[in-house]
Design a binder for this molecule. Structure first.
Ligand SMILES: N[C@@H](CCC[C@H](N)C(=O)O)C(=O)O
Length: 292
């Protein structure tokens, strides 16, 4: 008989960028790449674009950035392929929603720790969450190859790396294969956004995420895309509504910082099979207790 007494999990998404949330209040979960891949596997696991481990900064097993208060909750983010990333804009909104729903913080404004530094989040009514994402730093120009087409791209840093291509109709391009990019400039990989300006207020975006593949949304990507579009318009500040396959978010950029606002949903809660969690890699993941 299996015992579903392993780690607790939640499942959530922000504009269909979906995550497994693993509460780890005592800092004792060993999140190996194999476990991350199994959790994110859409057939043998729970399925997700990434994992969000919820751990007190004081119990983190790596040095936290200097601006993260030791009393803050830290978002230990992993991509679906098991790799570690610095920041996740949709993930941090889901993370914040979890903290409020679990009663770990009060709704309103609070700080979350990430590998990109401290991020102030505001959880409002109906699950809308705003995050101060910090400055979108433009690093220069590069190029990518998407679906056989060479395109110029703007390198934008949101704590994690992005290459933004301003282009025409984005829906026709094939993103099932990783776009080509300069590996010398991005030895750790890069997230690639295809962006179609629709009018002065709205842009459409698709994304190929480092460590995942094409996803339905990418919060840091929407900020990078807005920064690129605002810059292309010859402005240094501006806001855009960003249409992604999984929904809509709002972004504002200034020279000093940027904000991302959008939905964050929690859809399930349960416990992993304890035997799976402690057993050798390769054993199929089983779950139970999905109650919502
Ligand atoms: N989906 C995220 C970005 C997640 C990390 C990214 N794949 C990377 O490796 O940098 C977002 O919403 O920002």
């Amino acid at each position: 008989m299996q015992s579903y007494t392993g780690p607790e999990f939640f499942k959530g998404h922000g504009t269909e960028n979906d995550f497994v949330v693993l509460p780890d209040p005592r800092g004792e979960l060993e999140l190996t790449p194999d476990r991350v891949r199994a959790l994110c596997d859409r057939r043998r696991g729970l399925g997700g674009d990434g994992v969000l481990r919820v751990v007190p900064t004081a119990l983190l097993d790596e040095p936290a950035p200097g601006d993260v208060p030791s009393g803050a909750w830290f978002m230990d983010y992993r991509n679906a392929d098991g790799s570690v990333a610095e920041m996740c804009g949709n993930g941090v909104r889901v993370f914040a929603r979890y903290l409020v729903e679990a009663g770990l913080v009060s709704a309103g404004e609070f700080v979350v720790g990430t590998r990109a530094g401290a991020r102030t989040v505001g959880v409002g009514p109906q699950g809308r969450v705003t995050v101060d994402m910090g400055a979108a730093v433009v690093r220069g120009h590069s190029s990518v190859t998407v679906d056989g087409y060479a395109m110029s791209a703007l390198s934008v840093d949101l704590g994690n790396p992005h290459l933004v291509c301003l282009t025409g109709e984005v829906s026709e391009l094939d993103l099932s294969v990783r776009p080509g990019y300069d590996p010398e400039l991005f030895p750790q990989g890069v997230n690639i956004e295809l962006v179609e300006p629709l009018d002065g207020e709205r842009i459409r975006m698709r994304v190929y995420e480092r460590g995942v593949g094409e996803t339905r949304s990418c919060g840091t990507g929407t900020v990078a895309a807005t920064a690129a579009v605002v810059r292309a318009a010859g402005e240094e500040r501006g806001s855009r509504i960003v249409l992604v396959p999984g929904g809509v978010v709002e972004v504002e950029v200034t020279p000093e910082t940027s904000t991302l606002t959008g939905p964050a949903e929690l859809v399930a809660h349960g416990r992993l099979d304890a035997a799976w969690w402690s057993c050798p890699e390769g054993t199929p993941l089983t779950v139970s207790g999905v109650d919502r």
